[in-house]
Design a protein around this ligand. Sequence first.
Ligand code: G6P
Length: 608
Amino acid sequence: MCGIIGYVGKKDCVPILLEGLRRLEYRGYDSSGVAVLSSDGVIVEKTAGKIGLLEKKVKQASPSGTAGVAHTRWATHGEPTTENAHPHLDCSRKIAVVHNGIIENFGVLKEKLQSEGHVFTTETDTEVLAHLIEEYYDGNLERAVGNALSMVEGTYGIAVVCSDSPGKIVGARNGSPLVVGIGKGEYLLASDVAAMLRHTNQVVYLDDGEMAVLEADGFSTTTISQQRVSKKVEEVSWNLEMIQKAGFKHFMLKEIFEQPQSLRNAMRGRLLPEEGSSRLGGLNMSDSELRKIDRIIITACGTSWHAALIGEYMLEEHARIPVEVEYASEFRYRNPILREGTVVIVISQSGETADTLAAMREAKKKGARALGICNVVGSTIARESDGGVYIHAGPEIGVASTKAFTSQLAALGVLTVYLGRMRTMSIDEGKLIVSELKSIPEKVEKILSESSKIEEIAKEYYSHSNFIYLGRGWNFPVALEGALKLKEISYIHAEGYPAAEMKHGPIALIDENMPVVFICIRDSAYDKIMSNMEEVRARRGKIIAVATEGDKEIRKRADHVIYVPETLGVLTPLLTVIPFQLLAYHIAVLRGCDVDQPRNLAKSVTVE
Ligand code: G6P
């Protein structure tokens, strides 16, 4: 949420900053700006709207310099106007600040600064930082930033430049990610490694309470109170190619089509077909500790929360461990009962979601072991968890999560086998799950080849204003995920329900204008869902059904059928979700929506 990029080196920073902003656009895209340390002082260009508009503005003004910072915003305080866009300046217009996060005590600080004569020009919380740094500035920028931050409550990742120190960027973090990129005679600072991959894959991840000072000939790291800290340089395995569209019209489509490969990557080296078992190296728990787990709480947000719900079915059904799933935003403010034997699993694609991170910290504070299922290597959750599983989905850039979701499910499947085989799971049951997991990528490929058929269905329904998604058992969370995908990118109101719940309310909405999307797989719930379908037909609702290959019966009831190959019950969500991703995608495109950057959303939600 909000993207920061800074550059200091020998090259002109402007094109580097603009390209970095493009890579960070998924984090927020309602306004953007740059501050360049030029020979005429700090030059700031900013604008409401997408980065393309900023590029035009910058082209006209053509500022240049070898150090600068830039920002793409997801508004929290103040509307997404040009004035409220970052960077923000102090009264002397020497100090420019970009910020990701929320300054919670900004009201008190603003009043105090105003009473001391500071003049504010925006509605943002961030502007107080610029004035506060000005208040402390005595020629040493890092000390002024450190002193200012000691007054601040809230979360931040910031980058600051000052025209008195033309070759310097000061960054600091508390709760919002910041990474230092180490190039040759150049250094970068960004919210995310994607913004710097063109220049380097050598990075240092800042931790909360830390600062970095970047100059063309080196960088240093300290705490906010100026104590030196030495940090490990890490190598990023992602490359530039992975963050490009590769000929696809949208990142989301590319990511949907990458799923056979991302699923293989999630399971590579982890399945042991001969032993009907699996291997996970990163849990950091001994076998005897793993055997003592008698309860699991999974917590997450958004799409990752849907993966958690499916994980509950997997782990309870096959590993026989009681599982509870809770929204991270709720978990963090409850007083959850965490006894010995309870393990908390947090699931997060980005590894930075504020609520999920806070939930994990709360669990750890209470003495629970916290495991993370994350995609982004080096993310805060990945680093602070006691152990976990990387899903290796590669960079996911489309705001609506697709490949990360299926890879989370694959990781949960592998974990289920791992924990199950230590308990009651027989070798035959283990072998069956492992072989079904192995065959999933190929089955996903088959569903993807039906994309044009799904597009035809989308053409028929894209102008509807409401959809209902219904499923049962392990496919109930898929109904939630299908509805969420549609809402997120097409702005159509959609609701997911357990199919049998329909008669307790949603049925009142059904008439000939209501498309109802069913997941009607041949499993133990099949007959019941067929009855639910009849209830919709009786009210002239339109039915789109996702069904098991070869099911002819369903054609008599549904207006449209999308087939998926057969697999083991708890693994069906890995297949049934694919048509829903494609349906949402095609509908959004037909409605002319910005698929990769849907309104009001952000990929990585680093505020509460
Ligand atoms: C945001 C994104 C969703 C994502 C959720 C959780 O809302 O738009 O796509 O599912 O955050 O993100 P995480 O990175 O923790 O999985």
